[in-house]
Design a protein. Structure first.
Length: 223
């Protein structure tokens, strides 16, 4: 991870997915991948993306590496593995041994548009796994890695290697690398304003006053 990205990730870790999603809204840009939930690990993860794209069927050669292992070996400490498994085949794109390998490498977590397995094992490790579902079905003979460090489709989004992502209990939100500074700055302003609103509520100001037109106009005013 480049030093500038490390600094951005540090700032991103102090935010939450909702503030980042709101910041993207304010910039008229989409980054939220709905329906992917945390199955293992606790708390928020944020980092630079290393991507994997999976395809249906057996690997083209018997010498093909196991899926996602190339991405894990290419990852820097703090990176997040993001996997496209949109084949329509019920088969896990991530499992327990991969969680061990990723954790040993210093990877911050895995995000899968598709199923994952060995969830209890990942939970025991404390390794964060976000996925659309859980399954016991292996990838063997069902799906294989088509490519890694390539553009992938996650939900309705195209995600590129080096983009940033934040994931927590509310959702998964991607930030294009070219707009990371702009989006994070906007999200910081949103969280600061929301903090002031909470302070006003704690001081006894009516909710209808605090969450009136100021709240409705907050994103527009944040540009």
């Amino acid at each position: 991870m480049r030093n500038v990205t490390v600094a951005l990730v540090e700032r991103l870790l102090h935010l939450d997915s909702c503030a980042v999603s709101d910041a993207l809204d304010s910039l008229e840009f989409t980054g939220c991948a709905s329906g992917i939930v945390q199955l293992a690990g606790t708390g928020r993860i944020a980092g630079s993306v290393v991507t994997v794209r999976l395809a249906a069927g057996k690997p083209p050669t018997t010498a093909a590496r196991h899926l996602a292992t190339g991405a894990i070996e290419a990852a820097d400490q703090g990176d997040i593995i993001v996997i496209e498994q949109r084949t329509g085949i019920e088969a896990a794109a991530w499992g327990g041994v991969l969680s061990h390998a990723a954790q040993y490498r210093g990877v911050a977590g895995a995000i899968i548009d598709g199923p994952a397995r060995d969830i209890d094992e990942s939970r025991a490790l404390g390794f964060p796994v976000f996925a659309r579902s859980a399954t016991a079905l292996t990838a063997r003979g069902r799906i294989h890695e088509a490519d890694f460090n390539c553009p992938v489709r996650i939900g309705e989004l195209t995600v590129h290697p080096g983009d940033l992502v934040i994931a927590d209990a509310s959702g998964v939100v991607f930030i294009p690398a070219s707009r990371a500074e702009e989006v994070i700055t906007a999200a910081e302003r949103i969280m600061a304003r929301e903090g002031l609103m909470v302070k006003d509520l704690a001081q006894g100001d009516p909710a209808s006053q605090v969450m009136g037109m100021d709240y409705e106009n907050m994103l527009k005013d944040n540009r």
